[in-house]
Design a protein around this ligand. Structure first.
Ligand code: FES
Ligand SMILES: [Fe+2]
Length: 431
């Protein structure tokens, strides 16, 4: 039987100014092209330095579908190695995290150091006198760089630098880590893994969709109104001065500051760890912040609160949480939620952050489980093919470009999502 070639995907047609086509979420051919043009080529977030704090600590990850080991070698340097034995292509490391003397492939016992060097191959005389161990170390991912503890990697040896890729999104990371008086966060509180039967881009769009919050998260909103006196539907209302911004490079953020100033309150739950503002822990935190940043800047950081935004293609910051997207197939994805701890703060502050994470994002929380359910419903609904378009036109008539070329609009508009799609289109149109 002859194989029929898949028709070439016309991304110019599937991604338009005000709508995107359903095929982008379910077509396996598009998913495979995404792997090649985004996940296996572009900068991708891999993990945080605090996840491998000690020499010989490691975690296993994937870049797209390619398995990698993020390891701190015995000299303390970060290494990112392909998790593929040089002998017959087995995983050399199977568990998700740990501390090792060496990596030993269970198939025939080849062993590798924490830098990936081949240490030994059993009965190696059979490979003959020309066999050189130096030639069979684990393959290193060609480009690995960190920004303020966040490690990104690219499987392509060439391309834009991480600095260029992040661009304005560096500000998102700055805002996140500067909540700490040491300017550092730690992702050591554990990881929550969510699997869903839906496309990875659904999590992207949802993370920067303010429109849904009043509806899907109604129960959570009711609780917040009672607990901290903040009505989240205020953010979405037409009168809300809160903004959405497209930062270029596929990155986007929500800017709650204008609304917070108007309300005289911060929307972040994580800052509510202060209780009535008079706890000893909160006072010690403010003092440490003022010592580090100066009084004025410290007050500004506390007033602004942590960020809410997205760094293309797989890193999300939602207040105190770091979220990492892992595609599996066109119809399946994982999302990893990691609540962050601030370095240099009283332990009660971090405990409070963890509790705040749990109540909204936890497996039995009032927020995130509902979003994941939505992704699965959406993936099912996309099987209806009579009209395949998804509308993307909120605020199209009123978005504006600010200084520096940043596209800005009302927070519940979709200018920033259109920006993400245009960036995606540009990458997918590459040869
Ligand atoms: S496949 Fe790893 S030792 Fe053979
Ligand atoms: Fe949500």
């Amino acid at each position: 039987m002859a194989l029929t070639a898949m028709p070439t995907v016309q991304y110019e047609e599937l991604i338009q100014a005000d709508r995107v086509h359903g095929r982008l979420y379910y077509d396996p051919a598009i998913f495979h092209e995404e792997l090649e043009k985004i996940w296996h080529r572009h900068w991708v977030y891999v993990g945080h330095e605090s996840e491998v704090p000690q020499p010989a600590d490691y975690v296993t990850r994937q870049l797209g579908l390619q398995p990698v080991i993020l390891v701190r070698d015995k000299e303390g340097a970060i290494q990112l190695l392909l998790n593929r034995c040089m002998h017959r292509g087995n995983l050399v490391c199977e568990s998700g995290c740990g501390n090792v003397q060496e990596f030993r492939c269970i198939y025939h016992g080849w062993t590798y150091s924490t830098t990936g060097a081949l240490l030994g191959a059993p009965y190696s005389a059979a490979y003959g006198p020309s066999f050189r161990k130096e030639e069979y170390g684990l393959t290193k991912v060609p480009r690995v760089e960190s920004y303020r503890g966040f490690i990104f990697a690219s499987l392509s040896p060439t391309g834009v630098s991480l600095d260029e890729h992040l661009g304005y999104a560096k500000g998102l990371i700055d805002q996140f880590v500067e909540m700490s008086p040491e300017g550092e966060v730690e992702l050591c509180a554990g990881t929550q893994k969510q699997r869903y039967h839906g496309n990875w881009k659904m999590q992207v769009e949802n993370a920067v969709d303010n429109y849904h919050t009043t509806f899907i998260h109604q129960t959570a909103n009711d609780i917040m109104r009672v607990r901290i006196g903040v009505d989240l539907s205020q953010t979405t209302s037409e009168q809300s001065p809160a903004l959405s911004r497209y930062l270029g490079g596929g990155h986007a953020l929500f800017d709650f500051r204008p609304l917070q100033r108007q309300m005289g309150k911060i929307l972040s739950l994580s800052n509510q760890a202060k209780g009535d503002g008079a706890t000893e822990a909160w006072k010690a935190y403010v003092e440490a912040m003022e010592q580090r940043y100066g009084r004025e800047r410290a007050q500004e950081i506390l007033q602004d609160g942590p960020p809410h935004g997205y760094i293309f293609p797989n890193l999300i910051f939602i207040q105190l949480q770091v979220r990492r997207i892992q595609p599996v197939s066109a119809n399946e994805s994982y999302v990893y939620y990691q609540p962050s701890f601030l370095k240099g703060v009283p332990a009660e502050m971090n405990t409070a952050r963890l509790r705040e994470h749990e109540w909204f994002f936890g497996p039995a929380g009032f927020g995130s489980p509902d979003d994941v359910d939505i992704f699965e419903r959406q993936q099912l609904a996309l099987q209806a093919r009579a009209n395949e378009w998804l509308i993307l036109r909120r605020g199209l008539h009123r978005e504006r470009v600010e200084e520096g070329g940043i596209q800005t609009s009302h927070i519940a508009d979709e200018g920033h999502v259109r920006g993400i799609w245009q960036h995606y289109r540009q990458l997918m149109l590459q040869p």
